[in-house]
Design a protein around this ligand. Sequence first.
Ligand code: UFG
Length: 327
Amino acid sequence: MVLIKMKILVIGGAGYIGSHTVKELVKEHNVIVYDNLETGHEELVDKKAIFVKGDLADKDKLNSVFKDNKIDVVMHFANHALVAESVENPSKYFENNVFNGINLLDVMVKSNVNKIIFSSSCAVYGIPKEIPIIEGHTLNPINPYGESKMMFERILRYYDVAHGIKSISLRYFNVAGASLDCTIGEKHDIETHLIPIILDAALGKKEYMEILGDNYGTYDGTCIRDFVHVVDVANAHLAALGYLVKNMQTKSYNIGTGQGYSVKEIIELCKQITGREIKTLIKEKRKGDPPVLVANSDRFNEEIGWNAKFSITDMIQHAWNWHQKNN
Ligand code: UFG
C-alpha cells in the first residue's frame, strides 16, 4: 500500500527497537524522535530524523512538541523493560510505563492526534498454558513489567472508547539482531539479553556465560524462546502504521516467528557463527522466566500482511557483526 508522507512522533526512538524503526520510517516519512536518553543513545538516531531530548513525564515539553508539529501518528517505545528490575522496583515501572504513558495519551487528546502504535510484550501472557501463544490467550502477567504492558494496552482501549484514539499494540517476543549495514544495534548499559551476553563471552569480555537453569521441562532442559529480527520488528511497525491509518481500529498482535530455540541451541549456533569458544556455567533459574514462549503471529500475518524475513542465523550473524564493531 502506498501511504502519503506523514509526520511520525517516535517516543523512545533512541533505544534499540525504536532506533531500528526510525531508520526504516525516515525512508518514507518525516520523523521526530523524543527520548530522554536514559537508556537510549542519540548516535543511534538516524540523521534524517529530528531529535528532541525530553522525558515522558514532562507534559509541558510533550505539549510543545505537539503544538509545534502537526503529528499524524505516535509510536511509543519509551518503556522500562527489565523484568528482574521491575520485580525489585515496581514503582519505577508503573510510574513510567503506565502513569507517564497516560501523560502522552492526554497530550494526544488535547492535540487531536488519534493514532498510536505501542510496544507491548509477550510478558502480558505470563506462563502460557498453550504453545504457540495466540492473542486470545489469557493475559496473566507474572511481574510488574508485564503487568504495566497489559495495563497500558487496556488503558488504550478505554481511550478509544472515551476519545476515539485508535491504537495497535505489538506484543514482541525476543527481539534480536542489528541493522544489516551494521550502523546500529543493541546497546544496553546493563545487558540482560541472551544473545549479546553469549557474544560478550565469544569476544572474551566475559570468561563464561551463565545458563540460567537447565532443569526446565523442555527437550534439553533450557528455556525456549521465539527470536525475531529487529529489522523485521521495525518493518512490522511500518506495516501496522499502514493498517492503522487505513482501518482505524484498536488491536493487539503478536510479533514473533513461530519458531522456538532453546538457550543451549542458541549457544551452539553462536559458536558456529562466531567460530569462537564460548564457555558456559550452569546457574540457578532466573525468577519469573517462563519455560517456553513461542508466538503464533498468524493474526498479524493475515490481517496486516507482514512476515518475518530473517532467520535465527541472520539474527546472530548481524548481532555479531555489530558486537565486534562496538566492543
Ligand atoms: N538467559 C540465560 N543467561 C543469560 C541471560 C538469559 O540463560 O545470561 C536465558 C533466560 O533465562 C531466558 C532466555 O535466556 O530463558 C532469554 O532471556 P532474555 O533475557 O534474553 O529474554 P527474556 O525471554 O527474559 O525476555 C523477553 C523480552 C522481555 C519480556 C520477556 C517475557 O526481552 O521484554 O521476554 O518473559 F518481558
